[in-house]
Write a protein that binds this ligand. Sequence first.
Ligand code: BGC
Ligand code: NOJ
Length: 819
Amino acid sequence: MTADNAASYGFFDDENREYVVTEPRTPYPWINYLGSENFFSLISNTAGGYSFYRDAKFRRLTRYRYNNVPMDDGGRYFYIRDGETIWNPGWKPTRTELDDYSCRHGMGYTRVAGAKNGLHCDVLFFVPPGDNVEIQKLTLRNDSQEEKQVQLFSLLEWCLWNAEDDTTNFQRNYSTGEVEVENSTIYHKTEYRERRNHYAFYHCNAELAGFDTSRDSFLGPYNGFDQPEAVTSGKPGNSIAHGWSPIASHAVDITLAPGESRELVFLLGYLEVAEEHKWESPGVINKAPAHELIARYGTVEQADASFAELGTYWENLLGGFQLQSHDPRLDRMVNIWNQYQCMVTFNMSRSASFFEAGIGRGMGFRDSNQDLLGFFHLQPERARERILDIAATQFEDGSVYHQYQPLTKRGNAAIGGNFNDDPLWLICSTTAYLRETGDFSILEQQVPFGNDENNCASMLEHLRRSFDHVTNNLGPHKLPLIGRADWNDCLNLNCFSTDPNESFQTTENKAGAIAESLMIAGAFVLYGTEYTDLCRHLGDDAEADRAGAAVRAMEQAVIEHGWDGEWFLRAYDAAGNKVGSNENEESKIFIESQGFCAMAGIGLEQGLVEKSLDSVQEHLDTPYGIVLNYPAFTRYHLEYGEISTYPPGYKENGGIFCHNNPWVMIGETVLGRGDQAYDYYCKQAPAFQDHVNLRKIEPYAYAQMVAGKEAPLPGEAKNSWLTGTAAWNYHTITEHILGIKPRFEGLLLDPCIPTAWQGYTVQRQFRGKQASIRVHNPDGVSKGVKRITLNGKEVAGQIVDLSACGDSCEIEVWMGGAG
Ligand code: BGC
Ligand code: NOJ
């Protein structure tokens, strides 16, 4: 066993769909997400993190300090004072050595357990579907031979709602904090006296020995979380916060006979109250809604029942796609963790993780569209709503707000725009939604332009505007103009920034209709073809012909002006010079245009796709995945923008930017090279990685970026969880490798797998039917299907129409050469 082995920190418990952390000192906090609707919590393996309601910036419930020392200090903590020993079941913040420790991250819940001196404490954290509350069920057990008399203290710190203001505007904030305490419930009501219609509470179902709501009183002004004065002295202060930093801490005295245990329920709740019902009496908040919420979850039985419901909720969700293959690592990615991460990216976009501070970024237009690729099968109704929300941030000319705020669903002008790839992602998501659900009614839905309800058009018209936005913005080579940037935010060809305080993402761009993108060209051919097929399917031949002609013209332009000899160019810059060409000194080859042109099959017959992907393998492939560009920029190039600001090997400059690796995998399946496609897949899929100390981040989550071959530490990952990598990998493995592809007419079965695979089975829900699919590969091929049966009957072609089946059906697929 090498020192850098996954087993040194924990293991997968697939049966329970959990990752079990067995060592609290993980290389970086390994987190989980609680909640999948409106109330969300981030929780690390030592119970660090925070909670928010819908918007991590504007409705932050509890406080968290990013980039803090010690790392990941602050969260929801339980302190146990047992004689002279003070400890936490999750090890932090006291870091008292534990006799036993584990953290089980599961589907929407985390269970942290520790043992010390004969006491065992287990805390289960989860958010029940349908309500805005985090439930914390704590069990304390006396495993010793003696009676134990202990004090238990809870702790969380309130955030004054606006997370950005909370960390900066102290001249105001130190005066505004307000709380109320009623029996065992602590209420946080800062700014409720004025414009806020919401408050939060932290409740404990036991009688209290005391409490604290002032941080200074609880900790002592100069102490950290590791030495709270109330706990070290054993004396809660019963403090009421007036300004400064309000917290919530309950103190409970517990006596346990040998073998005895005690269960407690803590609730962190969020409530909104209508203006006319805000007050119970002058200055006293209306607590009736909180009482109701507490009455629903406040007992151990209720908490247990609700936890069981959460289990059923996830069982149903994940039941939509279940694979049985020869490799448990693959099964665990497909059946559990990749689907789970897709739910997280659907909800968070790029807002809140342990790398995204939750204040900077709302819902991204391109990000949210792509995140849907891994989400349609989970909750199609929510996907539909999301598509409509996104589409409403599009303008009449097809351009879009680059981001919108989740609370208001309105576009955010401050964040910049003019990314010319954006509109196409709406076609990508909507056509994929149609293929999954067959719900063509969405196309007739009236959707605003620019969030203006008085100016609407059908969803189908929005797609046309997206399509036309590309053809209306072509450059000198009849290739798409790049605008501020395309998918690669950092390839800013019109920026020319010399001021280090300017953001490349928002600074005013130079006017110019020169710089062109081959990535957008590839995307236009791919998604433009999907739009064309849709129009054809709808019977609008005139529009299909018009669109088809534009797509063919683009293909022609790519072949004429976008081919560099061994690979596709990346772009033309603002001076009309080639970017990503063998003629360039740095960054001769980029991944995005190879991926997109390959997926679109541009020049397939002439062998361009094969050449381009061979070049990817030769120049960009590494043991940890495919780097974005090579050789990385070694100096700042004014004409390329942010991409050249990153040190070589990091992020968009020669990093393994995992999001785009699946494009190459799909490209490989276009060529039928199943071994190569799957090899790339395994290099990225978290469950296949066994170098945890190097990789650092969660063994169950994809990262946005892994340091590339030119970085000092290749293989080191950063930015886990919130990345398009999740959706794209899920889409790639399920549709393009396992080959189960939703089509308007049914399921297209077209695997592209390693030749060594003998077969696999998949349980797939599709439009209300349960399909049981068995794939056989007797001849050891990568691609090619010779026979398909549906319920034992031969099917013509590769598309299986399930509409005539009952609730469930059996599909068998035999791969192999023709005949
Ligand atoms: C990052 C990109 C990110 C962009 C927008 C850049 O610094 O490298 O990955 O998308 O900022 O926030
Ligand atoms: C992260 C952003 O969220 C995404 O929109 C972008 O495509 C990538 N960075 C690449 O720059």
